[in-house]
Write a protein that binds this ligand. Structure first.
Ligand code: ADP
Length: 272
């Protein structure tokens, strides 16, 4: 449906989407849900999720992160969370963990006894867990929820797009990534699922020389502009390879970083 606003609660149309839509807690009120996707792991999708969340929080919005990367959860670590999430006695509600500066988080790592325990589950069970992170968590009032998706186009992304009211996706790539193929796949999946592609973020774009500040492009010239033009998509930001960022993640201090390199991206995302 061309007029679909993904809010099935206020829509009388019977469509394929509405039959799959999950229902959150009655107290959950989420303004916009943005999924952060990538073609493969390790390109900095979680980093981009963290930075978008931090940047959005700094604009005064209420922010949440749903870590849908069930087998490779990394969000709580970046926010320095060591506590575990807890639930109601009747087992029907999970409470999100709230970071030092107020980001609400839900992640598989917040439910595991040990952070290093592997999740060895089959696809449908993993997808069920992601859905429960939306339906069973007492999120309450949130202006922007970022969903850190697992890489690729498997079971979980399909479940998320079919059952969560995603307003748009941010695609993360790196210069050495097969950018055109990844962007094309993301655009086609978004089209299939009736979801808007908000734009592209290139991570690990360059290194700033510590002596003179000159930009060094270790992966050669980026093809992002060309591809973005081809699909009429905005480039939301480019992030340098920066030890400050990886250190902040490793030390759980992502909320403390001085300059958010995705400030312009935050402006676009918060205006959708
Ligand atoms: P993904 O979610 O795509 O698997 P991550 O966000 O977990 O990737 O990033 C993989 C690793 O690379 C992490 O250790 C992260 O801290 C580091 N990293 C990501 N982006 C940058 C960057 N721009 N500069 C330095 N380190 C980065």
């Amino acid at each position: 449906m061309s007029t679909c606003n993904h809010d099935c609660s206020s829509c009388k149309e019977k469509c394929e989407k509405s039959s799959f839509m999950a229902t959150p807690k009655p107290t959950t009120k989420i303004g916009k849900m943005i999924a952060v996707v990538s073609g493969k792991g390790g390109v900095g999708k979680s980093m981009v999720t963290d930075l978008l969340a931090v940047g959005t929080l700094r604009r005064g919005y209420k922010v949440a992160v749903l870590d849908a990367d069930i087998t490779g959860p990394s969000i709580p670590k970046a926010f320095g969370i060591t506590e575990k999430a807890y639930g109601s006695e009747d087992g029907t509600t999970i409470y999100p963990v709230i970071s030092g500066q107020g980001v609400k988080l839900m992640s598989m790592n917040l439910l595991l006894d040990e952070d290093n325990s592997p999740v060895v589950w089959r696809g449908p069970v993993i997808s069920g867990a992601v859905k429960q992170f939306y339906t069973d968590v007492e999120w309450e009032d949130v202006d922007f929820m970022y969903v850190d998706m697992p890489p690729g186009t498997g079971d979980v992304p399909l479940t998320v797009f079919q059952s969560l009211p995603i307003d748009g996706i941010v695609v993360v790539t790196t210069p050495q990534d097969l950018v055109s193929m990844i962007v094309e796949k993301a655009v086609k999946m978004a089209e299939l699922m009736n979801v808007k592609v908000i734009g592209l973020v290139e991570n690990m774009s360059y290194i700033s020389c510590p002596c003179c500040g000159e930009r060094i492009y270790p992966y050669g010239k980026s093809k992002l502009e060309e591809i973005a033009g081809q699909y009429s998509l905005p480039i939301l930001g480019r992030i340098a390879i920066d030890e400050k960022l990886s250190k902040a993640v490793d030390e759980g201090l992502i909320e403390e970083i001085e300059d958010c390199p995705l400030d312009d991206a935050v402006t676009v995302v918060t205006n959708i």
